[in-house]
Design a protein. Structure first.
Length: 411
């Protein structure tokens, strides 16, 4: 458990050499979102830029009457400024200390640091913790960072130092896995590497189950921590049933289903993911023949499994990361769910998810509902799902509620 962080006096070191920040002036009326504490400034809202900011530079945002509104990091593109604070404070070491300590205190209050049955959780959740562009996942003392902002990437070593100061001996290492997530136009030449300490791949616990996490080669930070509570919910529906875990990745849902299911099949197009899924099943249920894993395309597999499964789990990767492909994504969700609803046994349970930030909860529901209507089967919604408390949603930033799911009963 990290030490008590109250009363610590952090060094106030300015991270930027800029003595005068670039000035971003908004068009008349375009400051309303800032007054509502939304942390993004879109390029179309900008009237004038006084100076020539580079990607990741610290900028100050003003309204059309020259009133200071906020500070943030500049980036060329649709989202031109990620607001870090609704004041004129510097984005320095003191800033990161305050935000990260608040994130840690929140998770301490939720009991994450004291839970011996669950040793992995999200430590910092971007806008949800007032740190746009920064994700930190904790794997039993190994902090894995994924950075989506050039401004924060330049401060990654300071972030690591602050984590160590706040977490003490609890923190074993900090691994930066931002090679594929930082903006490529910024020319940062990011490479995945340890910033602090070192650690082999760890076996961590989630609700008492063991999982081997490969943060070096795995997707995201190595494990989809955000599905923790939804995996637990799956377990309550799988007793003596035949279960299909589609897009199974490293077998998270499959492990929970194995606690009481008749059979569990894991399907993923990646053979590497299938290897990890088999490994995690083996750690928790050695020599258990109820599980089989297949490297296969999801749509093709669903075409050939009618009336085979009582429970189907659909947890696909994000079908849309940008609004310009939103229509195609919604069609993809409709097609996928239609196939699953057609294939599942009578009285079956379908768990279906979207992790696409640009797909709203309403649009996802519409896609699933149209899919159900196209099959002609009677469908009931019995649960609605989202992300767990360690992935907090900023009430002023609805986009941070990215994970949505439905549990459906299919007659």
């Amino acid at each position: 458990m990290p030490p008590d962080i109250h009363g610590t006096d952090p060094q106030k070191v300015i991270l930027s050499d800029m003595t005068k920040r670039v000035k971003i002036i908004l068009k008349s009326g375009k400051d309303q979102s800032v007054h509502r504490y939304h942390p993004w400034i879109f390029s179309g809202a900008i009237k004038k830029i006084v100076g020539n900011p580079g990607e990741g530079d610290e900028v100050e945002v003003f309204d059309n009457k020259d009133n200071s509104l906020a500070v943030g990091h500049y980036q060329p593109g649709s989202i031109a400024v990620r607001i870090m604070d609704f004041s004129d404070r510097r984005i320095d070491r003191s800033f990161y200390f305050d935000r990260i300590s608040a994130a840690i205190e929140y998770r301490k209050s939720m009991g994450y640091f004291d839970n011996q049955d669950t040793t992995l959780f999200r430590l910092a959740h971007a806008e949800g913790d007032g740190l746009p562009g920064l994700i930190i996942d904790n794997y039993d003392g190994v902090a894995v960072m994924q950075i989506h902002s050039a401004g924060i990437y330049r401060s990654r070593e300071v972030v690591a130092e602050v984590l160590k100061e706040l977490m003490g001996d609890y923190l074993l290492a900090v691994f930066d896995k931002s090679e594929s997530t930082v903006p490529y136009k910024a020319g940062l030449k990011a490479e995945n590497s340890f910033i602090l300490g070192d650690s082999d791949i760890k076996v961590v616990k989630e609700y008492g189950y063991n999982f081997k996490v490969d943060w070096i080669n795995g997707q995201k930070t190595g494990f989809f921590i955000d599905q923790r509570e939804n995996r637990k919910l799956v377990e309550s529906f799988t007793s003596n049933r035949d279960v299909l875990n589609m897009f199974g990745y490293t077998g998270g849902f499959s492990v929970y289903a194995m606690s009481n299911a008749k059979t569990v099949h894991t399907v993923d197009i990646s053979s590497r993911a299938i290897e990890m899924a088999n490994l995690n099943i083996g750690i928790n249920f050695p020599e258990d023949k109820r599980h089989c894993a297949f490297a296969a395309d999801a749509f093709e597999y669903l075409d050939n499994c009618e009336n085979r499964y009582d429970v189907i789990i659909l947890d696909p990767p994000a079908f849309a990361k940008h609004n310009n492909v939103l229509h195609n994504a919604l069609q993809g969700y409709k097609r996928l769910n239609m196939k699953a609803i057609q294939a599942i046994k009578k009285g079956g349970i379908l768990f279906t998810f979207s992790c696409s930030q640009v797909v709203s909860k309403e649009n996802f529901r519409k896609s699933v509902f149209v899919a159900a209507a196209n099959t002609g089967r009677k469908v009931r919604v019995i649960h609605q799902m989202g992300q767990p408390p360690d992935h907090p949603v900023n009430i002023y930033h609805p986009e941070s509620e990215y994970l949505k799911g439905l549990v459906l009963y299919i007659e």
